[in-house]
Design a protein around this ligand. Structure first.
Ligand SMILES: C[S@@+](CC[C@H](N)C(=O)[O-])C[C@H]1O[C@@H](n2cnc3c(N)ncnc32)[C@H](O)[C@@H]1O
Length: 242
């Protein structure tokens, strides 16, 4: 198998840290449908209108977009451009816009999109509260946020393992933090109505990234907290800065 030469080519090109991260992404992308497919097919249904997808990766969610409006793809670190371009060309959408930047740096008009999609992204975001705030602002009333995240483990032993490996994991995995309780951040936000939500534990992959949450939130008509008012959720989500 040509994986080892490929790894060393990546090391030469990007350095060890990025090479490890990209290799994990390459390997994981191949497994994604086996691991998450059934959950996504259950929760990511009926996606219509204009879509903003954050942290597109290699397009793992494109299969859930059929005859949609404008798709804005936000991805600061495209790993395999030819493969991603081919997938983008096959999308059935009115228009596709690719923004090669961090979501934090993207200017989106308030209430401008029907759908925001983000899968396996919050784990590597420095300020999850602001990130969710920005998603909320960009959504139209009734607009939907589709998410899938790995989260803080439910059992004491797995949590212990997560805290032990987190500094190493953060270093090699593109600043991902395996201890984040992103599910609690979402659940504590009264500006969204929960359309669907499911916690599940996968058997594949590293033991510290097995607990997951998937679901759909809908932006409520009345914004209980006003723009930017999500200070309450600081208590709900333990965020560690390394
Ligand atoms: C683990 S990958 C997941 C990719 C894809 N969403 C999936 O489910 O396979 C995380 C992705 O989020 C992107 N990402 C991380 N922080 C981001 C940010 N602040 N804004 C936009 N994308 C970000 C990374 O570049 C990476 O492609």
């Amino acid at each position: 198998m040509g994986y080892i030469p490929k790894f060393f080519r990546l090391v030469r090109r990007f350095g060890l840290r990025k090479a490890i991260y990209r290799s994990v992404v390459f390997l994981w992308t191949d497994k994604e449908d086996t691991v998450y497919g059934d959950y996504k097919r259950k929760h990511f249904v009926g996606i219509t209108g204009d879509i903003v997808e954050i942290g597109v990766g290699q397009g793992a969610n494109f299969a859930y977009y059929h005859n949609v409006g404008t798709i804005t793809l936000v991805e600061p670190d495209v790993i395999d451009r030819p493969e991603l371009d081919a997938k983008i060309k096959a999308l059935q959408a009115k228009e596709v816009v690719v923004l090669e930047k961090q979501f934090e740096a993207v200017a989106l008009a308030p209430a401008s999109t029907d759908v925001v999609m983000a899968t396996l992204v919050f784990c590597s975001v420095a300020d999850s509260i602001r990130f969710l705030d920005k998603i909320h602002r960009a959504l139209k009333t009734g607009g939907r946020f589709y998410f899938l995240e790995h989260i803080q483990a439910k059992t004491f032993l797995r949590r212990l393992l997560q805290y032990a490996v987190n500094p190493f994991w953060f270093f090699v995995s593109g600043s991902c933090q395996c201890v984040k309780a992103t599910d609690r951040l979402f659940a504590a936000d009264p500006r969204f109505k929960v359309i669907s939500q499911e916690h599940f534990c996968i058997k594949d992959g590293f033991p510290w990234v097995r607990d997951h949450v998937i679901g759909v939130l809908e932006k409520k008509e009345v914004d209980d907290q006003g723009e930017g008012g999500v200070v309450y959720s600081k208590q709900a989500c333990k965020i560690i800065y390394t």
